[in-house]
Design a binder for this molecule. Structure first.
Ligand code: AKG
Ligand code: FE2
Length: 584
């Protein structure tokens, strides 16, 4: 902390951390120490510069001053520290000051975080609220007034009483009056369009001082601003939902505003799919299936990008291998946003009109989203999404024709292995005690036993030495028209009653590329246990000695979503099969 002479008065300024400068500006009647948790957090990445504005905290307190003085003080602070460019973060009054600076010295502000802002006001919001509730406040002192008004601008007034000091100014009444007077009658609406800083606007849903509509208006007027409405906050989101708030700010400052509005669009398309009765919606989990739509509409966005984006924003989701409709599992080109139930989906469909469907993410009163989930949706600044039914229909047609084209490439060869070979393989694996609980490979190269795959596997490491096995490999190489060197050691799988391998891709996440699969059924004296391809609606019934051939990867060696397949649960007996995998 140091008193520093700026514009002819002393301002109390504290600097913490190293890096790009972020100037933090507190609210009316407050002081910089109220932002200390945020400062601590940001100072691990940035040089934070927090000041007590004139008339506040330990800074000089002239009898009268204006909003323009505050604005000039910030520019003065930047000059003092010789900062050609800085980021500004302002809370309430601080957000008005920050808007003023970003308008007056636009080229010097690279990012702007406006917390609980408004773009204009006849009086300070505090004075307006006091005026509106004047009759309730009669006879109360300033402390009691704030305690009473808390219910009008916080989500949980009782909880916020613990932080009364942030609202309950330490300023003497005449200085508090001067601080409020400085905020009377400003109006930036005509100038916000000039702001070039990348801007994030955050409002609290329960803020009666600067309600979310005010924040939304700022975000609308500032080019490309992103808007977040925090769902369990009022005027002090950094105290009410500290983790959500700080994460939002930190991510924005480190990574910029989200680029993937497409996340929401994909999400919307899936809702629409659901309501149009298209396949691929898995109730219980909302699948954001991008593989198809991504190619159709957003070639620049990959599912990993979206997943990273969601991760950044604390949205619980899964990116693994695609679900079959019954199971709670998913796979690669599918992103499952966890926690979406059907009622929730219904709640956010607002109206269907003509060819367009309107989805309203704000009608959340009956929708128990977590705050962070909503934050993301709203951070993306999309209130209504209009999805074109014709677009959905075109996607569906494209999907159908791709399904058909893929299904045409799947084929079976009866008697690929003789009865003797089948029996020999089963016997060999059992005799050598080769069966172990099957595992699934994760993207990070690790393997794990999971409920996703409850069968047993045997890796036949002698495949190429054993003449019987080697003959099978040679035969497979011949059929698939590849060199036998590209074929992996054989893998035998065994499913007891109730065991299964849920739909998956043979390649993804396994670090090895299995371009094609030849799956040979070694017996058929069991029930259940068909091989299912949920994406193309194909089920194959095992027949002893029959080989099923399918391709797993496209030309770029990406998983072909239509190759998703699984071994359905065996309902009686024991199933044996052999995987013959061909590498690119
Ligand atoms: O057992 C089946 O039908 C499918 C087996 C399978 O997909 C695999 O082991 O990768
Ligand atoms: Fe498989």
């Amino acid at each position: 902390m140091a008193l520093t002479a700026i514009n002819g008065i002393n301002l109390n300024i504290s600097v913490k951390g190293e890096g790009h400068p972020v100037i933090l500006i507190h609210g009316v009647g407050g002081e910089s120490k109220h932002l200390s948790a945020l400062i601590d957090r940001l100072s691990s990445h940035f040089k934070t510069i927090a000041l007590d504005c004139r008339g506040h905290g330990l800074s000089d307190k002239p009898a009268q001053y204006t909003l323009q003085d505050h604005i000039n003080d910030i520019i003065g602070v930047m000059d003092y520290f010789e900062l050609p460019v800085a980021t500004l973060l302002g809370v309430s009054m601080g957000s008005y000051i920050a808007q003023g600076v970003a308008i007056a010295a636009g080229e010097r502000i690279d990012k702007l975080v406006l917390t609980v802002p408004k773009s204009n006001g006849l009086t300070s919001s505090v004075h307006r609220l006091m005026h509106e509730h004047a009759s309730e406040l009669e006879g109360l002192n300033l402390h009691e007034i704030f305690a009473h008004l808390l219910r009008y601008f916080t989500y949980d007034a009782e909880a916020m009483k613990a932080h009364m000091e942030i609202f309950d100014t330490e300023l003497p009444p005449e200085q508090f009056a001067a601080a409020n007077k400085a905020l009377a009658g400003f109006d930036f609406r005509g100038d916000l369009g000039k702001i070039t800083a990348e801007t994030l606007v955050i409002s609290g849903k329960y803020d009666g001082l600067n309600p979310p509509e005010e924040g939304r208006e700022c975000a609308k007027l500032i080019p490309h601003a992103a808007f977040v409405e925090m769902q369990y906050s009022g005027h002090a989101p950094m105290y009410e939902e500290p983790e959500v708030y700080m994460k939002a700010v930190e991510t924005f400052l480190l990574m910029g505003r989200p680029k993937f509005h497409t996340t929401v669009l994909h999400y919307a398309i899936n809702l629409v799919n659901h309501f149009l009765g298209l396949h691929n919606i898995d109730i219980g989990r909302l699948k954001v299936r991008t593989a198809l739509y991504e190619k159709a509409a957003f070639p620049e966005t990959s599912i990993q990008d979206i997943s990273m984006e969601l991760q950044e924003w604390g949205i619980r989701h899964e990116l693994k291998t695609v679900p079959c409709s019954i199971a709670d599992a998913t796979t690669f080109p599918t992103l499952a946003i966890v926690r979406m139930r059907e009622e929730e989906l219904l709640a956010i469909i607002e109206k269907v009109e003509g060819d367009q469907i309107y989805l309203n993410y704000y009608s959340t009163d009956t929708v128990p989203f977590s705050a962070s989930e909503l934050t993301v949706l709203q951070y993306l600044d999309i209130k209504e999404i209009i999805v074109d039914k014709a677009f959905c229909e075109a996607c569906r047609q494209e999907d159908l024709s791709r399904q058909e084209a893929y299904a045409d490439t799947v084929f079976a060869v009866e008697d690929f292995m003789s009865e003797e070979e089948c029996n020999y393989m089963i016997d060999y694996c059992e005799r050598h005690d080769l069966f172990n609980r099957s595992t699934i490979g994760a993207a990070d190269g690790t393997y794990a036993v999971t409920a996703y795959r409850t069968s047993y596997s045997a890796f036949i490491t002698t495949s190429k030495q054993d003449p019987v096995f080697n003959a099978i490999i040679e035969r497979a190489a011949n059929l698939m028209e590849v060199d036998a060197a590209r074929i992996e050691n054989l893998q035998c799988v065994r499913y007891g009653e109730g065991q299964e391998y849920k739909p998956h891709f043979d390649s993804s996440g396994k670090g090895m590329k299995r371009k094609a699969t030849l799956l040979v059924y070694l017996n058929d004296n069991f029930e259940g246990g068909g091989t299912v391809f949920p994406e193309i609606g194909l089920s194959v019934y095992p027949k002893k000695g029959m080989a099923l051939s399918f391709t797993n990867l496209d030309e770029q060696n990406n998983d072909l979503i239509y190759s998703l397949h699984g071994g359905a649960p065996v309902t009686a007996g024991t199933k044996f099969a052999c995987n013959i995998w061909v590498h690119p």
